[in-house]
Design a protein around this ligand. Structure first.
Ligand SMILES: NC(=O)c1ccc[n+]([C@@H]2O[C@H](COP(=O)([O-])OP(=O)(O)OC[C@H]3O[C@@H](n4cnc5c(N)ncnc54)[C@H](O)[C@@H]3O)[C@@H](O)[C@H]2O)c1
Length: 334
């Protein structure tokens, strides 16, 4: 099995890469190593690459003998990618995680989201569609942010009409683009709507990283709204669901599915922070501010479909997962 993974040195991409290599598949990772979210992001991407090379060296066998990281911007010429694919003869499945993530940053720099989410996806889909070296099978990472305005828990067949940020409308635009490619060009598609992911090497612009950072630096922690809640999902669960999507794509032709990947266990952000205090055995000042107009007040995934189609069973305990996250992050937050 030959997999092409975009955004493979990002937060979630790294955990997906790990599982792919452990499974013994061949893997080409494409990432432009952008410096979104500053210095920790660069440090984490380098650490992730080192870890992946070591996992690959441990797992490689006679039949599983290819892993390469290609530094490439998907909005540019993809000729290099074509050359790279020839080394494994062809790609069976593409997992497209590369994107500009983050709601807040998208309000300031919407053009980066148009470019790296919409244009990059369009170019990749065109490349897949026209290239005989790639099977027409793709997994795409979308987001719970598209659900704004819907009743909890969010279901895949909810009506998507409200967008609080360029991030969410660019992701929904990609979903629609994929639907067109499915209908017109017979592309097989699985769209995973991820719900707030956390874990080791946590993306540094996300709340989990900032909570640990401020706690370790003895700075106050801010929460935007006393009742705000999230369906926090441990990254290993997200990654496993993504890996399992490969089987669903492999075993089906003419498939288009949208699947929530959350925990079905929403918790108030205040309680999440208190659990962080507990695992770190340290407290800091908690300041409640007003709600942000660009943030959803609550998220909660109905994961019935993921359970049925992907054998998804996110049974990790939030406190244990935060302990693992803390052990990892405290090595970097000095
Ligand atoms: N982390 C979450 O909670 C979450 C929630 C919902 C959806 N998602 C989606 O999951 C995916 C992965 O998220 P993440 O948290 O790992 O983000 P991330 O920023 O850590 O990873 C994305 C990676 O894509 C790369 N990239 C961006 N633009 C690129 C381009 N033009 N060409 C090549 N590479 C490019 C970046 O360098 C980065 O390493 C994203 O599509 C994101 O929108 C994440």
């Amino acid at each position: 099995m030959n997999i092409l993974l975009t955004g493979g040195l990002g937060f979630i991409g790294f955990f997906v890469s790990k599982l792919i290599l452990e499974k013994g598949y061949n893997l080409i990772v494409v990432d432009n190593l952008n410096n979104y979210a500053g210095k920790f992001n660069i440090i984490f991407k380098n650490e992730r690459l080192k870890e992946l090379i070591s996992i690959y060296n441990k797992n490689k066998t006679k039949n599983n003998n290819y892993f390469n990281f290609l530094k490439l911007d998907l909005t540019k010429d993809l000729k290099l990618l074509e050359e790279e694919i020839k080394k494994v003869s062809k790609i069976d499945i593409t997992i497209h995680l590369a994107a500009y993530p983050g709601v807040k940053y998208s309000l300031k720099y919407p053009q980066k989201y148009i470019k790296n989410n919409i244009i990059a996806t369009q170019k990749l889909l065109d490349f897949i569609n026209k290239n005989e070296l790639i099977d027409k099978k793709i997994v795409f990472s979308s987001t719970s942010s598209v659900y704004d305005g819907n009743k909890l828990p969010f279901k895949e067949d909810n009506c998507i009409t409200n967008f609080l940020s360029p991030y969410s409308y660019t992701k929904f635009c990609c979903e629609n683009m994929l639907k067109t490619y499915h209908k017109i060009h017979k592309l097989n598609v699985i769209i995973l709507r991820y719900f707030t992911v956390f874990g080791p090497y946590n993306r540094p612009d996300m709340a989990t990283f900032n909570f640990f950072y401020n706690l370790l630096k003895s700075k106050p922690i801010y929460i935007n709204g006393k009742d705000i809640s999230r369906d926090f999902t441990y990254v290993e669960n997200t990654a496993l669901a993504t890996l399992n999507s490969i089987n669903l794509l492999k075993d089906n032709s003419n498939i288009f599915e949208i699947i929530n990947i959350g925990s079905d266990n929403p918790i108030k952000v205040i309680d999440y922070v208190k659990t962080i205090f507990k695992v770190a055995n340290k407290e800091t000042k908690l300041i409640i501010r007003d709600y942000n107009p660009y943030e959803m007040k609550s998220t909660w995934a109905d994961i019935t479909k993921a359970k049925n189609l992907l054998n998804y069973n996110p049974n990790t305990n939030i406190e244990d997962s935060l302990k693992i996250t803390f052990e990892n992050l405290k090595k970097y937050i000095k």
